[in-house]
Ligand binder design. Structure first.
Ligand code: NAP
Length: 222
């Protein structure tokens, strides 16, 4: 059966580009979304060169066009540009699954937990896009560092949250396709905790002088 088309909005960036590589290698056709179609196409060419034979195609488009053409949309932009970017994909995202990897960080103290008024960036996104959009928050705790390296075996888990059962099943499949164990962390309201953990990990990285600390849940079947 053919796999769903994924649009990675901000797939030109550190985190999004790693996910693009992993999903394309797992057979999902990917559209990279960018504010600039030229930038998206250049990123698609660069990432396609990293893919093993038999991978799905990667193409570049503007954010709105990528979102319109895909069945599943992934939002991977800095929190400060979340609202502006969400406005570009709002029409195209109605009725679809939107996976957000966004973490709200408040410079300069990015190792201190900071929450937007809605409780989390994911809830703020849900408010902006409306109720027909099925939001799942995931990958907040996965550092971009090794994502493009398909030989890398992750030790960390992906905690995912959301309010729509079917959407969470699809999101879990994508988490597994990217090479991770997905752990259902409950409703979207819990995204506030998962997003907050990233600030802790940034501080742990600094104190332990490591680039990519992560979270792994113990006591569950794998
Ligand atoms: N990096 C990590 O290790 C990591 C880990 C977990 C979660 N996250 C979260 O994932 C999201 C993406 O992180 P990232 O490190 O990939 O970010 P990034 O590389 O700084 O930016 C990602 C993309 O967002 C777009 N963008 C950047 N600045 C923008 C602006 N001012 N206005 C509109 N669009 C802008 C750009 O795409 P175009 O120029 O092509 O439009 C850029 O390539 C963030 O919310 C981050 O907190 C990151």
């Amino acid at each position: 059966m053919s796999k769903s088309m994924i649009a990675v909005i901000g797939g030109t960036g550190a985190e999004g580009s790693g996910l693009v590589v992993r999903w394309a290698a797992a057979g999902y056709p990917v559209l990279i979304g960018s504010r600039s179609q030229e930038k998206a196409q250049a990123a698609a060419a660069e990432l396609s060169a990293l893919l093993p034979a038999g991978s799905a195609t990667v193409r570049g488009e503007t954010n709105a066009e990528a979102a319109a053409a895909a069945n599943i949309i992934v939002l991977s932009v800095p929190y400060t540009s979340q609202a502006e970017t969400a406005a570009q994909i709002a029409a195209a995202s109605q009725g679809k699954l939107v996976i957000t990897v966004v973490v709200p960080l408040k410079p300069p103290k990015v190792s201190v937990v900071w929450r937007p008024e809605a409780g989390s960036a994911a809830q703020e996104l849900q408010q902006q896009l409306g109720d027909t959009v099925q939001i799942v928050a995931a990958f907040q705790n996965i550092a971009a560092g090794h994502l493009r390296d398909l030989e890398w075996q992750p030790e960390c888990d992906v905690l995912y949250t959301g309010d729509h059962k079917e959407a969470k099943i699809v999101a879990r499949e994508l988490i597994q396709a990217a090479g991770f164990v997905g752990v259902d962390a409950g409703p979207l309201a819990n995204a506030s905790v998962v997003e907050g953990l990233t600030a802790l990990l940034i501080g742990i990285n600094a104190r332990h002088k490591v680039p990519n600390s992560g979270i792994r849940i113990t006591g569950i079947a794998r």
